[in-house]
Design a protein around this ligand. Sequence first.
Ligand code: IDP
Ligand code: MG
Length: 138
Amino acid sequence: MERTLSIIKPDGVARGIIGEVIKRLEINHLKIVAMKMMKMDTAQAQGFYSVHKERPFFDSLTHFMTSGPVVVMVLEGENAITKYREIMGATDYREAAEGTIRKDFATDIEKNVVHGSDSPETAAFEIGYFFNRFELIV
Ligand code: IDP
Ligand code: MG
């Protein structure tokens, strides 16, 4: 069993597709073991995306991520990290496979509806960034 961090980004929440995203997680047997809604401040978003701090899109990305509430979840399942990345689709929705969340709902390379951890190391960092051990269902 593996765990991964999922975020429904501000565009997804604002457009009313929280339910649609969660339905796809459930259909694909990714079990939600923690979930909360929050509005990140700038420092929180910058810390979360610190791996991207040298990238040209960093300021825009952190501004976007603080523009409205997000839904942060921990998902559990077999190969959860890879499986969820497959359900999400490619970063650029124009390159995302048919039937993926980003292909179906993203409007922009930045406003791409969802975040998902990309490796076991990032998943551990990202889960710990938002949740303490008492908030995770065992
Ligand atoms: P990922 O979310 O698919 O893992 P990353 O490369 O980790 O993609 O980038 C993090 C986020 O930064 C993306 O989901 C997207 O919102 C934004 N982003 C990535 N590349 C670009 C870009 O070239 N322009 C604008 N925003 C970008
Ligand atoms: Mg990433």
